[in-house]
Ligand binder design. Structure first.
Ligand code: UFG
Length: 329
């Protein structure tokens, strides 16, 4: 039996593919390579194409004995989603609808879904629990929440069982340096800071210095991408074992300010990394920290790399070895 991983050429997807292959699973990847990199897929059977290609989806489900789906394929930039809501609803909600239609048709009952802390919007309390209110502040968060709800109703109607994983801030890279993060343009904090260390940018901008946090910059919960990958595997094991729908937060339960992240990058890289405080980025909550107690308890998930230092070190190993990302391969 094979596992279909959609979006398996992307950052979190490719690390999850690697993790599943290491567990001896047979993996099929579907990715349109709009944002992903084929070089990031180490060893799976690869199909280039989109969720909107129903003929390709049919072929894939008919040709392979797919026993579960791990679903990453999506547009995933908060700011861009505000500019292009139609594109986000089409890619994320309609794309998932087409995927689920095929799953139901081919009697595939298990899906692990890449959801996000953006489903909560501005949090009411910290740390954030799965039972806290969801009120997204962007089309990105809205589409992810809409998909979670689609899964809920499909459970009742068709017995489709899902585990939705709400990630906080994914960071780091494969500890062995084989794959890492490569977005164009880059918008995430840690790779941007490391680009300064590499001399590719003059300085990093700190978006907002007047938040109600210990040093005025935003607080986030950074979680190692390989720990996220493992959570997908544990989620699938749980689906196979218990056959029950669930939602889990994935984070370390510890927050770091933007200034602390930059400081950690300075100490890991030995580079001064100039930083300039600039205006707030619209839509950024001051603090996002996960309560991942449920995932710890029910999935048996315990992050292997909870220290920010290890997360940054693995990211730095990758960026230093591949300063142009996959282009240099
Ligand atoms: N930041 C800067 N300067 C930069 C880039 C980021 O100060 O050049 C700050 C941001 O303002 C934020 C923090 O660094 O406070 C982290 O920003 P990222 O862009 O790396 O990540 P986000 O917290 O904005 O986004 C992440 C995921 C999204 C998800 C969101 C949930 O990448 O997919 O968390 O709110 F939707």
């Amino acid at each position: 039996m094979a596992i279909l991983i959609t979006g398996g050429a992307g950052y979190i997807g490719s690390h999850t593919v690697l993790y599943f292959l290491n567990q001896g699973e047979e993996v099929i990847v579907l990715d349109n390579l709009e944002k992903g990199h084929q070089q990031a897929i180490l060893g799976a059977t690869f199909y280039k194409g989109s969720l909107h290609d129903e003929a390709l989806l049919t072929e894939l489900f008919e040709k392979h004995k797919i026993d579960a789906v791990i679903h990453f394929a999506a547009s995933s930039l908060v700011g861009e989603s505000v500019e292009k809501p139609l594109e986000y609803y089409e890619n994320n909600v309609i794309g998932t609808h087409k995927l689920v239609k095929q799953m139901v048709k081919h009697d595939v009952k298990h899906i692990v879904f890449s959801s996000t802390a953006a489903t909560y919007g501005e949090p009411k309390s910290i740390p954030i629990k799965e039972t806290d209110p969801t009120s997204p502040t962007s089309p990105y968060g809205e589409t992810k929440l809409a998909i979670e709800k689609l899964f809920h109703w499909c459970d009742g109607a068709y017995g489709l069982k899902s585990v939705c994983l709400r990630y906080f801030n994914a960071a780091g890279a494969d500890p062995e340096g084989r794959i890492g993060e490569d977005h164009t343009p880059e918008s995430h904090l840690i790779p941007i800071v490391l680009q300064v260390a590499l001399g590719q940018r003059e300085h990093v901008q700190i978006f907002g210095g007047d938040y109600d946090t210990k040093d005025g910059s935003c607080v986030r919960d950074y979680i190692h991408v390989m720990d996220l990958a493992e959570a997908h595997y544990l989620a699938l094991q749980k689906l196979r074992r218990d056959d029950k729908t669930a939602i889990y937060n994935l984070g370390n339960g510890k927050g770091f300010t933007v200034k602390e992240v930059i400081e950690t990058c300075r100490s890991v890289t030995g580079h001064p990394i100039p930083a300039v405080v600039s205006a707030r980025r619209p839509g950024d909550p001051a603090t996002l920290i996960a309560s991942a107690e449920q995932a710890n308890k029910e999935l048996g998930w315990k992050p292997k790399y909870p220290q920010l230092e290890a997360i940054v070190r693995h990211a730095w190993n990758w960026h230093e070895a591949k300063p142009k990302g996959y282009e240099t391969n």
